[in-house]
Ligand binder design. Sequence first.
Ligand code: NAG
Ligand code: NAG
Ligand code: NAG
Length: 140
Amino acid sequence: MQLAWTLLLAWVVRRSSPKIYEDVSDLPGLGYDFVIVGGGAAGNVVANRLTETQNFSVLVLEAGVSNKGVIDSVVSFFVEDLLSGPNIYDWNYTSTPQIGLNNRTMPYPRARILGGCTAHDGMVYMLLAVRRTTSIIMRL
Ligand SMILES: *[C@@H]1O[C@H](CO)[C@@H](O)[C@H](O)[C@H]1NC(C)=O
Ligand SMILES: *[C@@H]1O[C@H](CO)[C@@H](O)[C@H](O)[C@H]1NC(C)=O
Ligand SMILES: *[C@@H]1O[C@H](CO)[C@@H](O)[C@H](O)[C@H]1NC(C)=O
């Protein structure tokens, strides 16, 4: 069966029982009330909202692989491994030559994994001493 090339991974949500399929032939069917293209922050939130009433079946399509067990995507500070060069979890984009950067090109990380670019989790939480925080704010 030939479907859109982006369908490498599908997430079917129905009656609060989401399932991840990595092959089109494993899908329980091809008829859904809603098909969401993109399993990143927006797509998954919309899917979640649509299934709150448990009335609808929703198919979420995402390119790439499942984020299950991808530790570099789960642990915030490991994101560097996902950004450090071509890997199977990325589209491996590179920018065009940037005039403002002496025509250098830059890596342009875009995740190719369930979760979209939220899978590039670089969240850092730092608790500064009050005096240090005040001094930073005073300089702004
Ligand atoms: C969902 O189904 C319930 C029960 O059949 C119905 O009362 C409700 O209006 C439906 N909600 C939507 C958004 O269709
Ligand atoms: C990105 O590069 C990796 C490693 O070379 C490769 O396995 C992967 O298929 C590439 N991704 C795409 C979308 O071409
Ligand atoms: C950058 O590229 C532009 C367009 O090709 C060219 O005109 C310019 O001289 C280049 N600048 C540098 C610093 O090489």
